[in-house]
Design a protein around this ligand. Structure first.
Ligand SMILES: Cc1cc2nc3c(=O)[nH]c(=O)nc-3n(C[C@H](O)[C@H](O)[C@H](O)COP(=O)(O)OP(=O)(O)OC[C@H]3O[C@@H](n4cnc5c(N)ncnc54)[C@H](O)[C@@H]3O)c2cc1C
Length: 596
């Protein structure tokens, strides 16, 4: 199993050479004072060291040991408690946090790179800082000043973690039917009662306090999603002087035994009249939770990306060392009994498919992060609104496309190992098991696709989509004279036109038949993702081409060759996806229940 290496060379390429991040940051008032190129570079360097040096080494052992439950207490695998302390001391949990409450105020474009490294090194562990950072986003956006002052500094500095408690035994996707209740108390707080399941890091021994963000219903709440409120429910209440007070009335009933991310605790949480504080307005909790989830969704997409990078590193090393059979064109290493498997076209197909998705995915997550920064920090209100629209449109694509391709990359990597990929020793089977959940939690990928197709495209008649299409079209137009890009711009323009045409078709069909949205959704999201990555690869060609001539490292020439593979072998998948979508919902809805 290859040791995880932080992909700093490629991260720096994407940030500095493709997106010109230093100038972008300098243009944003809330960011310009917090980060300059040297600071950003030092952060990346340290992130590489801590993720590869502290988190990766406890990944395998963590999977072996898992978390242990004993009478409501949860013990984490060896090294996890110390690792969380190390991360806390380095300020990593509050990297993107609000400086007013002790966060470091770094832009998402930078934070996303750290997150990728953390998730690639150790996904089970990475969930704790990720959920904590997401909880802080929701609290910062919707909490009262008092709640923010009490909780944010301790969460940013890593003293306490955050957990999000939405799911109940009978309510996962459909949160409108949750049963957890919140009764007002005389002192202005609430009494929370109910059972939540699948709560990640709901209980553990890594920090002294755990702050739960719980969805519950007030006594007079309207039925459905419009009757949900959000409550902050600390494991230990906090005294006025900041010290920890009484143990709250809730506990971890058990841990789930699961397929992957075994080192993370997935908890059943029983709330029995627990003291909670309302965050945001009554009955508007789902909106508050979505603030956190929108941020998390890119985070989960980045989990898929991180795992895909780890798989690529493993498989690339293995393909260069493992010798089997001769190259179709004759022996390449005559002194050996067989050639390294990297000579075989099919092994190259697998490696390049991974590389195409990983490097394209890294650029795409940075592109989405850039829009998140625009939405949050841009000076001009119109520009912030544009950022909001792009984030709304692109977030489901980032979550679902990056995790679908992430799992693909882990399975492909496993395939490159042959039978050894199925064996524990090489790490591939853990990657496959760990990454599978990313397609399911934070809203299944099917639901992400429905969100994209239904709410973000059809509901506004393609208004957000046009913003994205214009961005790609402007790039094509601006670079029409670029010799290096010319071979690709035609293919990119054709893919964009295909996506545009399908978008129009589905909007029209949806007006006639409500089943069309759901029938098109998953394939549409794939078509969108492939086209978006085509755009990313074109941007990368633009940045790499001028440097490729004198390149002795192989970095820039490799980039151009991977771009060629992407355009020749992966982007054409858009043709069959478009064809399938155009056929409509008929074949899907024709069966009666018996016919299944
Ligand atoms: C390891 C792990 C960690 C988790 N961590 C957390 C956590 O920290 N906090 C938390 O609150 N939850 C957490 N979850 C829960 C997770 O978010 C849910 O499992 C997920 O949202 C799906 O809900 P469900 O399991 O009830 O599936 P269901 O909602 O029952 O869905 C079943 C299937 O039906 C499909 N479906 C449902 N409704 C529709 C529809 N309208 N249209 C089309 N298809 C539909 C779904 O896509 C899915 O394929 C975690 C789960 C796991 C396994």
């Amino acid at each position: 199993m290859a040791d995880y290496q932080a992909p700093l060379r490629d991260i720096r390429f994407v940030l500095n050479e493709v997106f010109d991040a230093p100038n972008f940051w300098a243009s944003l008032p809330g960011v310009a004072d917090n980060v300059d190129p040297d600071t950003a570079d030092a952060i990346l360097e340290e992130a590489g060291k801590i993720t590869a040096g502290t988190l990766a080494p406890i990944n395998r052992e963590g999977d072996e040991q898992g978390c242990q439950w004993n009478d409501g207490e949860v013990t984490t695998p060896e090294g996890f408690r110390e690792a969380y302390k190390t991360m806390a001391e380095g300020g990593w949990v509050g990297l993107g946090g609000n400086p007013e409450f002790g966060g470091m105020g770094m832009p998402k474009t930078l934070v996303a790179q750290f997150e990728e490294m953390m998730q690639g090194a150790n996904m089970s562990f990475g969930l704790a800082p990720m959920l904590t950072a997401g909880a802080c986003v929701a609290l910062d956006a919707h909490g009262s000043q008092e709640l923010k002052e009490t909780y944010l500094p301790k969460m940013y500095d890593g003293s306490w973690t955050g957990a999000m408690d939405l799911t109940e035994p009978h309510a996962g996707t459909d949160l409108g039917i949750i049963r957890t209740k919140a009764e007002p108390r005389d002192d202005g707080s609430y009494s929370i009662t109910g059972t939540k399941i699948f709560i990640t890091w709901g209980e553990h021994d890594m920090t002294d306090n755990i702050i739960h963000f719980v969805l519950a219903k007030l006594p007079d709440a309207p039925k459905g999603p419009k009757g949900i409120s959000m409550f902050l429910v600390p494991k230990y209440d906090v005294n006025e002087d900041g010290s920890l007070g009484e143990r709250n009335h809730f506990s971890c009933g058990s841990l789930e035994k699961k397929m992957g991310i075994k080192a993370s605790a997935t908890c059943v949480m029983n709330f029995d009249g627990a003291k909670g504080y309302l965050v945001g307005e009554p009955n508007k909790g789902l909106m508050a939770m979505f603030t956190m989830m929108n941020y998390e969704r890119l985070g989960v997409g980045v989990q898929g990306l991180g795992a895909a990078e780890a798989s690529l590193q493993n498989a690339r090393d293995y393909a260069m060392e493992r010798t089997q059979s001769r190259a179709p064109t004759g022996p390449q290493e005559k002194d050996k009994a067989a050639d390294p498997i990297i000579v075989h076209p099919d092994v190259r197909r697998m490696l390049l498919t991974m590389k195409g998705y990983v490097e394209g995915g890294r650029a795409f997550s940075t592109y989405v992060a850039q829009w998140l920064d625009v939405a949050k920090f841009a000076e001009d209100e119109e520009r912030r609104k544009q950022g909001d629209a792009m984030v709304a449109l692109l977030t489901p694509v980032a979550k679902a496309f990056l995790t679908d391709r992430g799992l693909d990359a882990c399975v492909i990597g496993q395939q490159i190992f042959g039978g050894h990929g199925f064996i524990r020793e090489w790490g591939q089977e853990q990657l496959v098991r760990d990454t599978r959940i990313t397609q399911i939690y934070e809203g299944t990928n099917g639901i992400q696709a429905m969100d994209l197709m239904g709410r973000k495209v059809v509901a506004n008649q393609g208004k957000y989509f046009e913003l994205f299409a214009k961005d790609v079209a402007a790039f094509i137009e601006e670079n029409s004279d670029n010799d290096a890009l010319r071979p690709y711009l035609g293919q990119l323009a054709a893919a964009l036109e295909r996506l545009d045409d399908v978008t129009e078709t589905v909007i029209k069909q949806a007006g006639e038949n409500p089943n069309e949205v759901g029938a098109a959704a998953v394939d549409y999201l794939d078509l969108f993702g492939l086209t978006a990555l085509g755009y990313m690869w074109a941007m990368m060609v633009k940045a790499a081409a001028p440097k490729a001539q004198d390149d002795t490292s192989g970095f820039y020439t490799g980039k151009l060759k991977t771009a060629r593979f992407y355009f020749d072998r992966l982007l054409p998948k858009t043709v069959s996806l478009a064809e399938g979508i155009r056929s409509g919902s008929g074949a899907m809805m024709a069966h009666s229940a018996e016919e299944f």
